[in-house]
Design a protein around this ligand. Structure first.
Ligand code: NAD
Ligand code: TYD
Length: 337
């Protein structure tokens, strides 16, 4: 099988490529990524010379470029991770979110359609469903969309386009809406890696508002195994919700990280809340568990310990990000190939 992965140099995409090549070493992977600030080829350093892996720098918002790559590569399936993914950035500058998340997804769908109706899996988020109150039922596949940030609105829009291509053009699609991921290679602007790396550097950790917003956390490897099952056994046209069944307030996460890293609460700095900050996300993943037999392997406690360990052992990786040096990696290692 040959997979075209978009956004494979980012957090979840690079974890997925590692997962896939380990489990299916005979398969071929083409990684199409623009290498925005969030794309880092150092995430894939260990496989860059693997004969079954190829990297192509391209912008999914450029339809000519996208179509050229897809028509030449002729993948059996496209797994679409590429996106602008950080809510705070979408508040500061929404335009890139519309360009990449909506226009980029549209270009990929069009190209999949024009090149023989290629199997298409779209990676989305639970944030499209909006914000839950403390006693509301969990999100599931039938929850109405109610996005509230430019990020979630752009992802919701892309989900609608993907579904429209199934109904209108019979494009063989599936969609997954996943909760918050954590684990190795997550860019240190997101809550967990930001707090871990700040503490290693002896810097304060900025907790938004009252710290009582709730997210449902999933270890990234379990997200990869869910996508694997959907690609192999998922029903065409269907959506699958993926979550860790692990709701935590940001305060709980903060105290857990402080405890494991033997630091005190004086490291917390309560800062101004995010604009329109969604209060609670939580996912009911009964459908994928029942229909595809998905079982997440890593609970939050083990996952967070492994993640802290990884950031301690890979200071070089995140220090290069914090200093900006990682952006030279492509130039130094790929440019002249
Ligand atoms: P990320 O920001 O770490 O990585 C995004 C990748 O996409 C980067 O490598 C970047 O270079 C690439 N990219 C961005 N714009 C591009 C463009 N125009 N053309 C080509 N490549 C481009 O994101 P992530 O956290 O790995 O998220 C991956 C996907 O999973 C996204 O679609 C996101 O919405 C979704 N998701 C993320 C989470 C989470 O907790 N991180 C949860 C649920 C769903
Ligand atoms: P984040 O990792 O940005 O993911 P998302 O907003 O997509 O869920 O944030 C997770 C939660 O942590 C969210 O409620 C916002 C909060 N947060 C902080 O309190 N401080 C921070 O510095 C960041 C980045 C997030």
């Amino acid at each position: 099988m040959k997979l075209l992965i978009t956004g494979g140099a980012g957090f979840i995409g690079s974890n997925f490529i590692h997962y896939w090549l380990k489990k299916y070493p005979e398969d071929k992977i083409v990684n199409l990524d623009l290498l925005t600030y969030a794309g880092n080829l150092e995430n894939l350093k260990d496989i860059q010379d693997n004969q079954n892996y190829k990297f192509t720098k391209a912008d999914i918002a450029d339809k000519v470029e996208v179509n050229k790559i897809i028509s030449e590569e002729k993948p059996d399936a496209i797994v679409h991770f590429a996106a602008e993914s950080h809510v705070d950035r979408s508040i500061l500058g929404p335009e890139e979110f519309v360009r990449t998340n909506i226009l980029g997804t549209f270009n990929l769908l069009e190209s999949a359609r024009q090149n023989g109706n290629i199997r298409f899996h779209h990676i989305s988020t639970d944030e499209v469903f909006g914000s839950l109150g403390p006693n509301d039922a969990l999100f599931n596949e039938t929850t109405p969309y109610d996005p509230r940030s430019p990020y979630s609105a752009s992802k919701a829009s892309s989900d609608h386009l993907v579904r429209a291509y199934f109904h209108t053009f019979n494009l063989p699609i599936t969609i997954s809406n996943c909760s918050n991921n954590f684990g190795p290679y997550q860019f240190p602007e997101k809550l967990i890696p930001l707090f871990i790396t700040n503490l290693i550097e002896d810097k304060k950790i900025p907790l938004y508002g009252d710290g009582m917003n709730v997210r449902d956390w999933l270890y990234v490897e379990d997200h990869s195994s869910a996508i694997d099952l959907i690609l192999k056994k998922g029903k065409i046209g269907e959506t699958y919700c993926i979550g860790g069944n692990s709701e935590k307030t940001n305060k709980e996460i903060t105290y857990k990280i402080l405890e494991i890293m033997s630091r005190g609460e004086e490291m917390i700095e309560f800062v101004e809340d995010r604009k329109g900050h969604d209060r609670r996300y939580a996912i009911d993943s009964t459908k994928i568990q029942r229909e595809l037999g998905w079982i997440p392997k890593t609970n939050f406690e083990d996952g967070i310990k492994k993640t802290i360990e990884w950031y301690k052992e890979n200071e070089d990786w995140w220090k290069k990000i914090k200093s900006g040096e990682y952006q030279n990696y492509y130039k130094n290692n790929y440019k002249n190939r």
